[in-house]
Design a protein around this ligand. Structure first.
Ligand code: SF4
Ligand code: SF4
Length: 271
């Protein structure tokens, strides 16, 4: 009697796996909807867990970031939302703010940045190296406005690899962006859709990292990129458990509800 039951459970498992595979294919192809349905985010979490579990791939961390960012872009293309943003190339006041990103995103950005300089004298290399000269106490960093070292001529020189926080930061009012640099109380009128896609993509990445026991902390992007580009093997070292970013300020401003959402994604992903 045990044999048929085990055969039936195998069939059920195979059917469930087929459904999960279709859900993953759908989120990779169509992105995240502009609704509160978390099923696509759960599917993305499962896929990122698969990617991060490929221990024979030394670039699995940066690859997972690339997938989360790609899902953000697909989602935004399909449902851009009703509001026109004021953002355009050459407008980069927001790139003077404190920006933090998870380690996979920092590593993905560092790979692109490292490929950008032909010599140690290249302007981007000089700017990134100079970040070390402006290290400051962690408590003082958040309020400071400093240009991102990746900014060149008013544009992001690694645009295709910019982290989710930059992708999701858009404004319908340039005036508010400029005023906010001197007055932290000025709210940036953002667009709901963009924030939604950014949150869902980033939380899926955090959940995948957390479920595998990897750090899902976010770090000061400017300083972290300098640390990452200084070590050609930063990704392998971080994946092996080395505290590569121990000297970089960690972003401690996360909202508790995001942590709750991460745990909800892990539970729903069955991880
Ligand atoms: S968020 Fe504001 S400062 Fe940044 S590109 Fe858009 S309008 Fe310009
Ligand atoms: S990574 Fe690019 S988009 Fe993000 S803050 Fe730096 S220059 Fe701006």
């Amino acid at each position: 009697m045990a044999e048929p039951a085990s055969g039936a459970s195998r069939q059920l498992r195979r059917a469930a796996n087929r459904v999960r595979r279709r859900e993953i294919e759908a989120v990779l192809q169509f992105g995240i909807p502009a609704t509160q349905d978390i099923a696509p985010t759960v599917a993305l979490t499962r896929h990122l867990i698969e990617i991060l579990s490929r221990t024979d791939d030394p670039h699995r961390a940066s690859a997972s970031a690339g997938i989360a960012q790609s899902v953000f872009e697909i989602s935004l293309r399909r449902h851009p939302g009703p509001h026109a943003v004021a953002c355009q190339k050459g407008c980069a006041h927001c790139c003077n703010n404190f920006v933090s990103a998870s380690v996979p995103e920092i590593l993905a950005l560092a790979h692109v940045v490292r490929a950008l300089w032909p010599s140690a004298e290249a302007p981007i290399r000089v700017r990134i190296d100079s970040v070390s000269a402006r290290d400051f106490a962690a408590a003082d960093r958040t309020g400071l406005t400093l240009p991102c070292p990746i900014l060149e001529g008013g544009a992001c020189s690694a645009y295709a690899a910019r982290p989710l926080v930059c992708r999701g930061f858009a404004s319908v009012s340039l005036d508010a962006c400029i005023r906010s640099l001197d007055d932290a109380s000025v709210a940036i009128p953002n667009t709901r859709h963009r924030i939604h896609y950014r949150t869902q993509s980033a939380m899926a990445l955090w959940a995948a990292l957390k479920s595998l026991g990897l750090s899902y902390a976010s770090y000061d992007l400017h300083h972290a990129v300098r640390v990452a580009v200084a070590y050609p093997d930063a990704e392998a070292e971080w994946l092996s458990g080395r505290a590569v970013f121990a000297e970089v300020q960690m972003d401690t401003s996360r909202k508790p509800e995001l942590e709750t959402f991460v745990d909800q994604l892990i539970a729903n992903a069955g991880a």
